[in-house]
Design a protein around this ligand. Structure first.
Ligand SMILES: Nc1ncnc2c1ncn2[C@@H]1O[C@H](COP(=O)(O)OP(=O)(O)OP(=O)(O)O)[C@@H](O)[C@H]1O
Ligand SMILES: [Mg+2]
Length: 139
């Protein structure tokens, strides 16, 4: 059960919680763990030098986040692969899950957004609606 688990991380507290659970579950199920972080794409900021710089900064921060996750997973003796993607967050998460043939996607209920009135963020909601494998939302 769950040979390949995809965990989506954005650096938020809920996503850290989801990551810890994914490490736990991957250990229990002897799963390979894929960790994905998605950075916004050009189309959202225009074609300026400032956008280029912003994206480079986001990519560097994303790489750091993924490295931390990788270290933690390796400490737990897991097989782990990190992926840095660019584009629409939910779309990229769903596509990576398909590409890597993952049988479970894990994510936090909310992310970095300060607006917390709703139970689920837009990324977790969209992935739940459109993913072609089971999705576990961690609260
Ligand atoms: N850029 C991202 N890369 C990878 N995973 C992400 C990314 N953004 C969100 N996620 C995943 O989705 C979960 C829910 O975050 P989401 O962005 O949906 O909520 P939010 O930030 O509170 O609200 P919103 O972004 O809709 O304003 C996070 O805990 C994380 O697991
Ligand atoms: Mg968000």
């Amino acid at each position: 059960m769950f040979a390949r688990i995809l965990i989506a991380v954005d650096g938020s507290e809920p996503s850290k919680k989801a990551f810890d659970k994914s490490v736990f579950l991957a250990q229990k199920c002897n799963s390979k763990l894929y960790v994905v972080h998605v950075v916004l794409d050009w189309e959202y900021g225009g074609d300026s030098a400032a956008t280029f710089e912003l994206i480079e900064e986001l990519r560097a921060k994303g790489m750091e986040l993924l490295e931390q996750c990788k270290k933690q997973a390796l400490k737990s003796n897991l097989q782990v692969k990190t992926l840095l993607e660019q584009g629409d967050y939910a779309h990229e998460i769903i596509e990576v899950a398909k590409r890597k043939d993952c049988d479970l996607i894990m994510m936090g209920s909310r992310g970095m957004s300060p607006f917390k009135e709703l139970l689920l963020g837009s990324v977790s909601l969209k992935v739940m609606h459109h993913a072609s494998c089971p999705v576990m939302i961690v609260r």
